[in-house]
Ligand binder design. Structure first.
Ligand code: ZN
Length: 210
């Protein structure tokens, strides 16, 4: 195993691909003594220090406006760098689900929203929601084919701070109208037509961001 690696290659892997950007990053390494002018290889032992330095100086985001805005807020003193590959993005790491959940979690935190009701979806989608949800959220999940009474639906809506009607997933008309017809649901309900968890959370974030 090589104990060192090509500096330009390492920087490119981290997203510093454009020549001027790679040059700026390299200059940061030189001015902090992690390498010196003309040197091509970097010892693996220095990788943690390099990662820390680049993390301090630069905030890396993909082309998504959500990711860029989030990185600006997270590290205002760092220079925002738009990386060519989404996997190099410090916010979403190339995952639409991750971006959507983090973004919604941030908006919910700002608005003190923790209790989220999701109406619709299959048991396997609900498992996925439970496994990927933000730690601060309390989820109440209603299956799209579940028999729910009107009283129970009212209690669900009263409990929830945000109601997501997931029309893009498995959802019987009878179940959805139990919820959408409630006057209490007004103002906190989002009807999502698209499939997929990232679409669900993106629509919720758009609603809260309005
Ligand atoms: Zn991103």
């Amino acid at each position: 195993l090589a104990a060192d690696r090509d500096i330009a290659e390492v920087l490119a892997e981290l997203g510093f691909v454009a020549p001027d950007l790679a040059k700026t990053a390299r200059e940061e390494l030189e001015s902090s003594g992690l390498t010196r002018p003309g040197k091509r290889r970097l010892s693996i032992a220095k990788f943690p220090a390099v990662a820390e330095l680049l993390h301090d100086r630069f905030a890396r985001a993909c082309s998504s406006a959500v990711c860029q805005a989030a990185m600006r807020r997270a590290r205002p003193a760092a220079t925002l760098v738009v990386v060519p590959s989404t996997s190099q993005c410090e916010y979403c790491a190339g995952s639409d689900n991750r971006r959507a959940i983090l973004h919604l979690a941030e908006l919910c935190r700002l608005r003190n929203i923790r209790r989220i009701l999701v109406v619709g979806g299959s048991p396997s989608l609900h498992d996925e929601l439970t496994n990927t949800k933000a730690a601060a959220w309390e989820l109440r999940l209603v299956l799209g084919t579940e028999r729910r009474t009107s009283d129970k639906a009212k209690a669900d809506v009263d409990w929830a701070q945000l109601v997501l009607i997931w029309g893009g997933s498995e959802l019987d008309h009878k179940v959805s109208t139990l919820y959408t017809s409630r006057p209490e649901a007004r103002g906190k309900t989002v009807v999502v037509a698209k499939r997929g968890i990232s679409a669900l959370f993106t629509a919720a974030a758009e609603h809260l961001g309005r």
